[in-house]
Design a protein around this ligand. Structure first.
Ligand SMILES: NC(=O)c1ccc[n+]([C@@H]2O[C@H](COP(=O)([O-])OP(=O)(O)OC[C@H]3O[C@@H](n4cnc5c(N)ncnc54)[C@H](O)[C@@H]3O)[C@@H](O)[C@H]2O)c1
Length: 325
């Protein structure tokens, strides 16, 4: 039983990792097309202070966007802001505190943001943690599920009215959610979402990334049904050399270093699909996509299961105490 619950998710994640690395060995990183200027438009990038999020923030700022880096490490966030401002000469970059592992913090962030009466044209749900030993969020949820998925679920829902009001036909607001190839190995355990009897950090991470894809597709259906000028897409950055791998065990860390040098994407390359989803003209009005290396790909079979999407949505609303619409 333990073997199945712990070893199988680990093997699945490593198998997927090897497949991604082979792909990256054989394919060049995606090159961004020329993107339009986005002066006057506002973006929030969660976890935008480092790694893929930092590169996403930097690129969106270079297109003229007002970028709000939302994160739980103030010093790191302010440093990132300064660096982007100095490099680009673009002043409209700022940090706002947001701890996605706390539903209270998510609500406070949204309250503060709304009090400023700023519009919101792009929300990049990027922040995440991976392979963390068993831990719970402030609200008692398994950490990967609570932070990577539920925090973003609540954040997006609370910001939907601003996104809706800021979008218009032909110029939709955009929600870009960073998932991962590990979602292909993810299994959503609706009866044990808050943790498993045998904890697997690999299973927990994959589950949270699958939940993000299910959420994106269901959200897009709702947006279309209401005729809202907002689109929602999921992106997969590939395997990227960032601090996300800090929780790998020591031997895996050692093995990762040379492999990462050769085969991992740089954070800027990893960010390119998120930037593409956030800004590309050819994606105007398109939603419910799973973008990888700049292309629309098929996500896992279970991510298209409409019943599962609905059940997850209903359960998530109950978990974050949000009234279902
Ligand atoms: N690096 C990869 O190979 C890879 C592959 C697939 C998907 N991803 C996804 O890309 C996203 C970015 O990861 P990365 O590789 O840049 O890692 P990273 O560790 O460099 O960045 C993660 C960011 O999330 C933020 N964060 C963590 N906990 C938070 C919290 N409680 N509240 C708010 N922010 C928090 C961190 O401060 C950091 O800015 C993640 O969602 C990750 O799952 C990464």
């Amino acid at each position: 039983m333990w073997l199945l619950a712990v070893i199988l998710p680990l093997l699945r994640v490593y198998f997927i990792g090897v497949k991604v690395l082979i792909y990256q060995l054989l394919h060049k990183p995606f090159t961004l097309p020329v993107l339009p200027r986005l002066n006057g438009r506002v973006a929030i990038v969660t976890g935008g202070a480092k790694g893929i999020g930092y590169e996403t923030s930097r690129h969106l700022a270079s297109l003229g966007m007002h970028v709000v880096i939302a994160g739980n490490k103030e010093e790191e966030g302010l440093k990132a802001v300064k660096k982007i401002q100095e490099e680009s000469g673009h002043r409209k970059v700022e940090f706002m505190y947001l701890d996605l592992a706390s539903l209270k913090s998510v609500r406070q962030f949204v309250q503060k943001y709304k009090a400023r009466s700023l519009p919101l044209h792009t929300l990049v749900n990027n922040a995440g943690v991976m392979l963390v030993p068993e831990r719970k969020t402030e609200d008692g949820f398994e950490l990967h599920f609570g932070l990577n998925y539920l925090g973003h679920f609540l954040l997006t829902n609370l910001l939907l009215d601003v996104l809706r009001d800021s979008g218009q036909s032909g110029k939709c607001s955009r929600i870009v959610t960073v998932s991962s190839a590990t979602h292909y190995g993810g299994q959503l355990n609706l009866n044990g979402l808050q943790g498993r009897s045998c904890y697997s950090s690999h299973g927990a991470y994959s589950q949270s990334k699958l939940a993000l894809v299910l959420f994106t597709y269901h959200l897009q259906e709702q947006l279309w049904a209401r005729g809202d000028p907002v689109t929602a897409n999921a992106v997969d950055p590939g395997m990227v050399d960032t601090d996300l791998y800090q929780n790998l065990c020591a031997p895996a860390q050692l093995a990762k270093k040379p492999v990462a040098k050769l085969l991992f994407r740089t954070p800027a390359e990893g960010a390119s699909t998120a930037v593409y989803a956030a800004a590309a003209t050819e994606l105007e009005g398109l939603g419910g996509l799973y973008l990888y290396n700049g292309q629309n790909k098929t996500s896992s079979a279970s991510s298209y299961d409409k019943q599962l999407q609905e059940k997850l949505w209903t359960k998530s609303c109950a978990m974050v105490l949000l009234q279902e619409t």
